[in-house]
Design a binder for this molecule. Structure first.
Ligand code: GTP
Ligand code: MG
Ligand code: ZN
Length: 336
């Protein structure tokens, strides 16, 4: 028998739910977002069931006024169903939100998943492998207070796994990094053993790296469609929507569509670069940008060979992106 606890229900959520005061409300977790509504998981007769829900205009406007929207992983209070559809009465307090800026011209904040405990960043050891992209994901994690775990997928295709791991360690010395292969079974036992009941996990990464294949292994069933070819990556996405599903041992996993690019939304870049942050304590100027300033400890580390110049360049690039985005937001704001 499954309950809200398996979905990640907590004491603070319970308190938030009770504080709403109204009777007849149903606690539920958003599992899928459709064009016109949502699927939510809730308790019914001692079991978990899926119900359809919609966001009434008033609540949508209230959330929108705070720059918010509803996302997969959110906890909500539902009203009793009207013609099979539950109106959403309230959004319960969010513990965390993993966000990105959508790709393309129209830059908007997109919540990839809400109320996460851990984020599995799936990166294949093959062509997909890219430490610079990893830095972006890790910076977003640090800003969202979500613990990252790197899954080096398709480990069976690695020509030199030690070199891959060394490249990861250079940008993420403290992040758990697990080689995973569905072909040889590498890493699966440890991954399963790490799952905690009631924990909320999400799988993110490029298209075709094996997220849904891995999700199916963890679900112990073919819940998610899987790409037919082993390395598509040419803009074809097999998974087209985010979906939260219950794991056999309790806890939930959110599978997500592959992301072609990962752009940060309103992030503090230094949080993703603790090594540079620490070095900068030795810079002469408090507000040193680590370019040409005199007595810059960060530049000194590059000269001494203890900090990779490419990593500092990546740091500067992300910071420029964030500065530009902040300017654009201010201009948009002042234009109304
Ligand atoms: N060699 C190898 N192939 C794998 C492994 N895991 C998955 N694949 C293959 O990779 C392809 C893509 O897998 P998916 O699980 O659909 O990838 P995805 O990350 O969910 O892709 P999107 O849904 O498009 O984001 C499939 O053909 C899988 O069989 C692995 O460990 N080794
Ligand atoms: Mg998929
Ligand atoms: Zn400096």
């Amino acid at each position: 028998m499954s309950s809200l606890l398996d979905l990640g229900w907590t004491k603070p959520l319970d308190a938030g739910f009770r504080a709403l005061g109204a009777s007849g409300l149903i606690a539920a977790r958003i599992a899928v977002e459709h064009r016109r509504g949502y699927e939510a998981l809730c308790e019914g007769k001692g079991e978990l069931r899926t119900v359809s829900a919609f966001l009434p205009g008033r609540l949508r406007r209230d959330l929108g006024a705070d720059g918010e929207s509803l996302a997969v992983g959110d906890w909500v209070a539902l009203l009793p169903a009207e013609k099979g559809l539950h109106p959403i009465a309230a959004l319960l307090p969010r513990r965390s939100a993993f966000v990105r800026k959508t790709a393309g011209e129209r830059a908007v904040r997109q919540i990839v998943a809400a109320n996460l405990d851990r984020l599995f960043i799936a990166m294949a050891v093959s062509e997909d492998f890219n430490p610079r992209r990893l830095e972006r994901y890790l910076t977003a994690c640090a800003n969202a207070d979500v613990a990252p775990t790197l899954l080096l997928t398709k480990a069976d295709l690695a020509a030199d796994m030690d070199a891959r791991i060394a490249a990861v360690r250079a940008v993420a010395p403290d992040v758990p990094c697990w080689p995973i292969s569905l072909v040889t079974g590498t890493g699966l036992e440890a991954l399963r053993a790490s799952l905690e009941p009631g924990e909320t996990l999400a799988l993110v990464g490029s298209s075709g790296v094996g997220k849904s294949s891995l999700a199916n292994v963890l679900f112990g069933a073919d819940r998610q469609s899987v790409g037919a070819v082993s390395d598509h990556g040419k803009g074809r996405h097999t998974t087209t929507r985010r979906e939260l599903m219950l794991l056999p041992g309790g806890g939930v996993l959110i599978d997500t569509p592959g992301m072609r690019e990962f752009h940060l939304w309103d992030a503090e870049v230094s949080e993703g670069f603790p090594d540079i942050e620490e070095l900068s304590l030795g810079c002469r100027f408090r507000d040193c940008q680590h370019h040409q300033e005199p007595n810059c400890a960060v530049q000194a580390a590059v000269t001494a060979g203890s900090l990779d110049a490419a990593r500092l360049a990546a740091f500067h690039k992300l910071q420029d992106e964030q500065d530009q985005a902040a300017r654009a937001r201010r201009e948009k704001g002042s234009r109304g």
